[in-house]
Ligand binder design. Structure first.
Ligand code: ASP
Ligand code: MG
Length: 420
């Protein structure tokens, strides 16, 4: 049984005309499938409006109530889309997260999916009824409504695709695929026809906004092939899939960047066992994610420790550290909120020489100073002053010739006779 899961984002269901268009697109997709599930987000801007309402009532609103509120945005679009499909003479039925069986943990506002109990919709799908599912929401073991974190509808779609063993999960959005970098920064950015789950995961974690990182992680774990496409234009989009031999020949697939970080530096802390643990435990206890960490070589038994956190949590992290700093006796604590991170991502990084050197050289040619560096198997990130972020992205895009189709891919397309 060929099952397709589609997901339409907020702009795709942003008004009545667009909802009607999505209804037509789903009906077309039904012709290619034996069963069709359509996951939708709330209408564009609606979730933000709800957050705003809550903040007007109470800036520290209870998170259970927040999830109760936020989950309503998607209820509107599922019902309207089901009606639009029915109006065209096809069968459709809307489902909330609970009704479709998305069971999560109880971490309100960023719950994790524990399992998906959706067998009961199989009969419906078999009969040709389109299941229209609310993205971004689930239910915990105590029957409480939860949400999956902003942008979480992608995750709903992938989780359903995995549970239903769908052939493909198609993510429809307002861009026509995944690009080598943000085209609003580098107009020469190129749409990728394919990218591996791992590369996409890094790109998403490092700032590419097209997909939520958790959704890509889930897709990788369950080996769900994803396609990102435009709702508004025809096109092949970008296929995100399991790695194959050809992919590693491309050294760098893309450049990601993010302003969403702040650096905290603790000056002159004692260099002895247990200090780092104290510092990072205080932060981890409040679920603040630390990205890069640097500890300098110590002099006279004292050292400096710097690390980055999401910018929105910088001040809170500093507050949390205050008692620890008092206790361990650091000389000074500083917060820098004007930094940014630029990263190159590619499976080829693990097997090619000199990639880091080339990156640093490209930045130095622009006179950009590197503040922090971190690497993993398939990415290299540099923290720089925020003011240089765009320049750095363009320099890296040029240095790794990302505006051109990679030679390996060109050759392959040529032999297969599918050169475009
Ligand atoms: N409506 C939710 C949000 O705006 C979920 C989503 O769009 O994926 O974050
Ligand atoms: Mg969205």
């Amino acid at each position: 049984m060929r099952i397709i899961v589609q997901k339409y984002g907020g702009t795709s269901v942003g008004d009545v005309e667009r909802i009607k268009m999505v209804a037509r697109k789903s009906i077309q997709a039904l012709q290619r499938a034996d069963g069709l599930v359509v996951v939708v987000s709330a209408m564009a801007g609606e979730t933000n409006k709800l957050v705003d309402l809550a903040h007007q009532i109470n800036p520290r609103a209870d998170e259970r109530e927040l999830d109760m509120l936020l989950s309503t945005g998607e209820r509107v679009t599922i019902a309207l889309l089901a009606m639009a499909i029915q109006a065209l003479g096809y069968q459709a039925r809307s489902f909330t997260g609970r009704q479709v069986g998305i069971v999560t943990d109880s971490t309100y506002t960023k719950a994790r999916i524990k399992r998906v109990e959706c067998d009961h919709i199989m009969d419906l799908l078999r009969q040709g009824t389109i299941a229209v599912v609310a993205g971004f929401q689930g239910i915990d073991e105590k029957q409480q409504v939860t949400t999956l974190g902003r942008g979480g509808s992608d995750l709903t779609a992938v989780a359903l695709a995995a549970a239903l063993k769908a052939d493909i999960c198609e993510i429809y959005t307002d861009v026509d695929g995944v690009y080598t970098t943000d085209p609003s920064i580098e107009p020469k950015a190129r749409r990728l026809s394919r990218i591996s789950h791992d590369e996409m995961l890094e790109m998403a974690s490092l700032g590419a906004k097209v997909l939520q990182a958790r959704c890509v992680e889930f897709a990788k774990r369950h080996n769900v092939p994803l396609v990102v496409k435009s709702t508004f234009e025809e096109g092949e989009g970008t296929l995100i899939t399991r790695e194959d031999a050809d992919m590693e020949q491309v050294v760098v697939a893309g450049v990601a960047c993010s302003r969403d970080l702040a650096r905290i530096t603790l000056h002159e802390v004692a260099d002895r066992p247990g200090i780092a643990a104290r510092i990072f435990n205080a932060i981890a206890a409040k679920n603040i994610v630390v990205d890069m960490i640097i500890q300098n070589i110590s002099e006279h038994g004292l050292t400096d420790i710097s690390f980055t956190v999401p910018r929105s949590e910088g001040r809170r992290a500093l507050e949390l550290l205050a008692p620890v700093v008092e206790e361990i006796g650091a000389a000074e604590t500083k917060l820098n909120e004007t930094i940014a991170r630029v990263s190159i991502v590619g499976l080829g990084i693990r097997s090619h020489q000199g990639v880091a050197a080339k990156m640093f050289e490209a930045l130095s040619r622009e006179g950009i100073n590197i503040l922090m560096i971190s690497t993993s198997e398939i990415k290299i990130s540099c923290v720089i002053e925020e003011a240089y972020m765009e320049r750095a992205v363009r320099a890296l895009h040029a240095a790794f010739e990302l505006d051109r189709e990679p030679t390996a891919v060109r050759a392959r397309a040529g032999t297969a006779g599918t050169a475009r």
